[in-house]
Design a protein around this ligand. Structure first.
Ligand code: ATP
Ligand code: MG
Length: 288
């Protein structure tokens, strides 16, 4: 799979409309993709085991998307094979009063993956330059110093995010950022399905249709966010997500190749430890 089709380059501006949400790449059917995903899960399981044992890097995977784009189900499918002990998922909703009493990164910094772990953010600090930018009046609730120039304010937030991501990378946190790209039409289809299926009703909130009215504003702020914050060390990937099965395959493939790139090895035993192993073996084998 060629990941260049999905990555947002760090050195030139992109337009979201140039990324096709309906793309299915080399796959001709859902079944074909499911088979590939199954293989992928096995690979991921093994790679995660070495990641955990080597305890040197943490992997931060960020998911952002419009409602009903499939964040939850992508996380469920891609991570279903990995050892739960080495994986942490955090979902970020509208901030609480306590969270607003801190800087906007605070709640996310507390949730960063430990070394050896895969940490998943279902939404993230990026909401601070997305939903909050679509509704700038919400800044009033954030207990901030007075804002004189809004353009400068958002630019500073992008810079702060880039700086923090660079700092994390320097400290062994590998960052992957996925935007699940669906069309407005596909969102409507999925909302209607949530409304018409009693078992899916709980996933729908009336506010989702209200937020949908801001679709074009969201596309604008997403595009600006990608263009300001896709960096060499922490790239954005725009994942075609009108077909959930394709989105899952692509995300799994990108995570796998990133882990492979790290070329991790199981820790080697020291001579002292090897002597201990020999001694322990002898004790066990001569046990009455
Ligand atoms: P689903 O796709 O199942 O609806 P969800 O991620 O949309 O999942 P919700 O329970 O709808 O989950 O709540 C998330 C809401 O919280 C989103 O509307 C999001 O924009 C909002 N949110 C997250 N972070 C912030 C933030 N920093 N400031 C304001 N709103 C935020
Ligand atoms: Mg929602």
């Amino acid at each position: 799979m060629n990941h260049n089709n999905f990555i947002v380059p760090h050195d030139r501006k992109i337009k979201i409309k140039d990324y096709d949400p309906g793309d299915t790449g080399e796959f001709h059917s859902k079944e074909e993709a499911a088979e590939k995903l199954l293989e992928g899960k096995e690979k991921l399981k093994k790679l995660q085991d070495v990641l955990y044992a080597s305890n040197m890097y943490g992997i931060l995977i960020i998911f952002q998307a419009m409602d009903a784009a499939g964040k939850d189900s992508t996380i469920k499918h891609v991570m279903s094979g990995v050892n739960p002990q080495g994986c942490q998922v955090f979902s970020f909703k509208a901030p609480s009063a306590e969270e607003h009493d801190h800087d906007f990164m605070w709640r996310c910094m507390k949730s960063m993956p430990e070394k050896g772990r895969i940490g998943i953010f279902n939404r993230s600090y990026y909401e601070e330059v997305l939903v909050v930018r679509v509704h700038p009046e919400w800044l009033e609730g954030q207990n901030l110093p007075p804002i004189k120039d809004y353009d400068k304010f958002w630019k500073t937030r992008f810079e702060d995010i880039n700086n923090i991501e660079e700092y994390l990378t320097n400290n062994g946190i590998i960052i992957l950022k996925f935007y699940l790209n669906i069309t407005k039409e596909e969102q409507k289809k999925r909302f209607l399905k949530r409304i018409d299926t009693p078992e899916k009703n709980w996933k729908f909130s009336y506010n989702d249709v209200k937020e949908r009215e801001y679709w074009d504003d969201y596309m604008k702020v997403y595009e600006e966010t990608f263009n300001h914050t896709s960096t060499k060390h922490a790239p954005w990937y725009i994942i075609p997500a009108n077909h959930k099965w394709y989105a899952r395959s692509v995300v799994a493939d990108i995570v796998i190749s990133k882990l492979k790139e790290l070329d991790l090895k199981y820790p080697k035993s020291t001579d002292e430890h090897k002597t201990d192993l020999t001694k322990a073996k002898e004790i066990l084998e001569t046990e009455e």
